[in-house]
Design a protein around this ligand. Structure first.
Ligand code: RAM
Length: 346
């Protein structure tokens, strides 16, 4: 590992320690706590869409958790990342008398009237991946929001000598998670006066749209030095394009949030040097336990309460902060590069 790599590794290790102490995990009572959960409940998982491989892995993690508890998972959503496409799934959960909904919000507020109806019908609301602003729900956050935004900028800065025009290839323009990360990216950018954010484009987590907006970006800014794509769909689409247009790599560096399984090819052939993510399967698993625990009445979702999430151990609910209500943080992101990208199965 070169100096740059070891610095990143060190930063990641430091982050592990601080975030781990924040959520204060460690327990040995996993089986006792989970055996108190009610079984036979129906829990709806409503991802951003049903086609995104990241969401599919997260939902599968949720199913593993619910199977272990004896609950039933129903995965339901649209095929485009819009709130409108998710509303029928919320209505279906109400009709099915589900005990909880686990939702990745395609919009911070547009889902709230439907979620309020679900809540009035006694359904517990958990958001994961992308939060909603409705009251009385628990957000399962993949990693500290500020840390994700900050580390994305730092990672790119370390690769482009903190200099040049940069752009963001995001998902849906209304996606709460992407917008929250971008907000912190902009704050962190102030540390790098020679790096200039020239554009943010939205690929809607659709490969074809992501490719179109990427090509628009490249023709509008032929000297672009860096692209951050904080979405697995965006970064994999961009990596595929750069892989077949290698001349661009002379001046352009791509990073962001990607699935190691999709990105390993591009890391091993040098198209992408480094990117980040967490384990999406564990995110869904943690959300599944949170939903089942709320549905069992063991917790109400207030800050300070703790619950056990099977193999992951105990998690403490953090107080509301910076636009987010009570939340639980899965853990710090991992930086993937040539040295470790083959070690991950998601
Ligand atoms: C995409 C989705 C998801 C995001 C990941 C990193 O697949 O937009 O919301 O968290 O990437």
């Amino acid at each position: 590992m070169n100096l740059r790599g070891s610095r990143l590794a060190l930063a990641a290790t430091t982050a592990v320690v601080s975030v781990a102490s924040l959520v204060a995990v460690a327990t040995n009572s996993a089986s006792a706590a989970s055996s108190r959960l009610k079984s036979g409940e129906t829990i709806y998982f409503i991802p951003k869409d049903t086609l995104n491989p990241y969401e599919v892995i997260a939902d599968a993690g949720g199913k593993t958790a619910l199977n272990a508890i004896g609950d039933k998972q129903v995965v339901s959503s649209g095929t485009a990342d819009t709130a409108a496409a998710q509303i029928p799934s919320i209505q279906a959960a109400i009709a099915a008398k589900a005990s909880a909904i686990v939702i990745a919000g395609n919009d911070p507020s547009a889902l709230c009237p439907s979620l309020a109806k679900a809540q009035a019908a006694g359904i517990k609301i958990v958001s994961f991946d992308s939060d909603v602003t409705c009251p009385n729900h628990l957000f399962i956050n993949q990693a500290n929001t500020r840390q994700i935004g900050t580390s994305e900028i730092d990672l790119l800065a370390s690769e482009i000598h903190s200099t040049g025009q940069i752009a963001i290839l995001s998902a849906a323009a209304t996606a709460t998670n992407q917008n929250a990360w971008i907000k912190y990216m902009k704050v962190e950018l102030k540390k790098y006066p020679k790096m200039k954010l020239v554009s943010t484009v939205y690929g809607n987590d659709d490969p074809a749209t992501s490719l179109t907006v990427l090509q628009g970006l490249l023709s509008a800014y032929p000297n672009l030095a860096g692209i951050i794509s904080p979405t697995t769909v965006g970064i994999s689409t961009a990596a595929q394009y750069l892989d077949t247009h290698k001349a661009l790599l002379k001046h352009l560096t791509l990073t962001g949030l990607g699935l190691p399984s999709q990105m390993k090819k591009y890391v091993l052939d040098g198209t992408v040097k480094a990117f980040e993510l967490w384990n999406p399967s564990n995110l869904g698993y943690l959300a599944g336990y949170a939903a089942a625990t709320l549905a069992s009445g063991t917790i109400t979702g207030k800050a300070g309460q703790s619950f056990t999430a099977g193999k992951l151990g105990a998690y403490k609910i953090l107080p509301a902060a910076a636009g987010t209500g009570p939340s639980v943080v899965l853990g710090p992101p991992t930086v993937f590069n040539k040295s470790n990208v083959l070690k991950f199965n998601f």
